[in-house]
Design a protein around this ligand. Structure first.
Ligand SMILES: Cc1cc2nc3c(=O)[nH]c(=O)nc-3n(C[C@H](O)[C@H](O)[C@H](O)COP(=O)(O)OP(=O)(O)OC[C@H]3O[C@@H](n4cnc5c(N)ncnc54)[C@H](O)[C@@H]3O)c2cc1C
Length: 399
């Protein structure tokens, strides 16, 4: 007899939204999260319009937006020293036509709170799944670090890009030419809501406005982290200072390399997301590049699609084994297309910019066009804000 109908490994965006939706549909759901809290700084912050629409459909949008956040209804960049507008979300026909910049720990905490009232929902934190329980080739749950066996009818692996439960499933590596140093800087200029990318020869720098401080990403060619560290913290601080007035506080903020986290970017995907008793979702199925800040949103869309296809039959105790392939069939296309777009941007923009030695004199023509023709800015807004095949909530709410 299983302990739970659904066991979800990983309380990230994919795992918690899946937990909320399956429990809402009346499925007994257990989420295992190895950390004791959601406080991990390396996670992205962007909740896109397509995801906000999902929360509107669940009747949770106002509550979500009552949590501290910033809104970006346009997205800009500074290229070759010139500020340009790249995307304008204000024309999207959705309840919230903007990107909500909300620290991911607040967002995850909100989703967990929204799920808790459902009687079938349990979240166990500080609980690490260490192995699958397999019988006759069928996954029957997981074993935890303290030796407990959690038996489940279906296991969802939502354990992120380092997933240990996707082993054995065939995968494709897309690759990435970059890694990222990730750190905070104090705001020294006027308070403003201007998250942006800064592009110049040999430099890509992203500033995410987190209200009281800047969350910064310094992008550099893959594998160069040791060399940059060997050049010394002073040299690194000088590079950061050169970004612009926003980074003037770098000398006080970065006292040692301990304050600079290395994020190794990997882009890959599984060619098969399921096997009997197991379904893989989110980054575990397709690790995304940070380009566009789409990973959270794709992970959530996977969770919505999985619940749309599986939750009602599971709540009715129907064997969902024959339906698992439908989740992959629905979500593979958006994952593939998004990664193809990210690869194009990596190859056409990121890699040449990082390799360039002569200063840029002007933004590329396509960017100048976006900047000068407002109608054109709706196109990147649509692709970025809604993604490919945005999901709607179709899974039921149990009475
Ligand atoms: C530098 C960087 C910046 C990014 N910025 C953005 C951004 O701005 N916007 C955006 O949308 N995306 C961004 N992303 C991508 C985004 O963080 C991921 O795509 C997204 O978090 C994936 O969600 P997930 O639920 O699939 O996995 P994760 O968020 O990785 O969650 C997996 C969870 O599983 C838990 N876990 C792992 N193993 C176990 C285990 N064995 N037992 C129990 N629990 C386990 C982990 O602790 C974690 O909480 C960024 C990525 C990087 C690298």
């Amino acid at each position: 007899m299983p302990d739970t109908e659904l066991c979800i490994v990983g309380g990230g965006p994919a795992g918690l939204v899946a937990g909320l939706l399956f429990a809402r549909a009346g499925v007994k759901t257990l989420v295992l999260e190895r950390h004791g809290d959601f406080l991990r700084d390396f996670r992205g912050d962007t909740v896109h319009p397509s995801t906000l629409r999902i929360f509107a459909e669940l009747g949770l949008l106002d509550a979500l937006l009552s949590r501290p956040h910033d809104r970006a209804d346009q997205f800009g960049a500074r290229i070759a020293g010139r500020s340009v507008r790249v995307a304008d979300f204000r024309h999207l026909k959705v309840p919230a036509p903007f990107i909500a910049l909300m620290p991911q720990w607040d967002f995850l905490d909100f989703v967990a709170e929204a799920a808790r009232p459902y009687p079938g929902f349990t979240l166990r934190q500080s609980c690490e799944a260490t192995a699958l329980i397999e019988e006759d080739g069928v996954v029957r749950g997981v074993r935890t670090a303290d030796g407990e066996a959690v038996r489940a009818t279906l296991t969802l692996a939502c354990d992120g890009r380092g997933s240990r439960f996707r082993g054995g499933l065939p995968s494709t590596t897309v690759g990435s030419p970059m890694d990222v140093f990730w750190f905070r800087l104090p705001k020294t200029a006027e308070p403003q809501n201007q998250s942006m990318g800064v592009f110049d020869a040999g430099r890509i720098f992203v500033l995410i406005d987190r209200g009281a401080y800047w969350q910064c990403a310094s992008v550099f060619p893959k594998g160069m982290a040791d060399q940059i560290r060997a050049e010394g913290l002073d040299a690194f601080r000088a590079r950061v200072r050169a970004v612009g007035p926003e980074t003037a506080g770098v000398d006080q903020a970065l006292r040692s390399w301990d304050e600079v986290k290395l994020l190794s970017v990997s882009v890959d995907r599984l060619e098969r997301w399921h096997r009997p008793g197991l379904l893989v979702l989110g980054d575990a199925a397709h690790a995304m590049s940070p380009i566009g800040g789409v990973g959270i949103n794709l992970a959530i869309q996977d969770a919505v699609a999985a619940a749309n296809i599986l939750a009602a039959p599971m709540a009715a105790s129907v064997d969902v084994g024959p339906l698992l392939h439908k989740v992959q069939a629905r979500r593979m296309m958006p994952a593939k297309r998004t990664q193809a777009l990210q690869r194009l941007i990596q190859n056409r923009i990121i890699a040449p910019t990082l390799a360039a030695s002569r200063p840029m004199t002007t933004p590329p023509l396509a960017i100048r066009l976006l900047d000068s023709v407002p109608l054109l800015r709706r196109i990147p807004a649509r692709v970025l804000g809604m993604g490919f095949r945005p999901e709607r909530v179709r899974s039921p709410e149990a009475s």
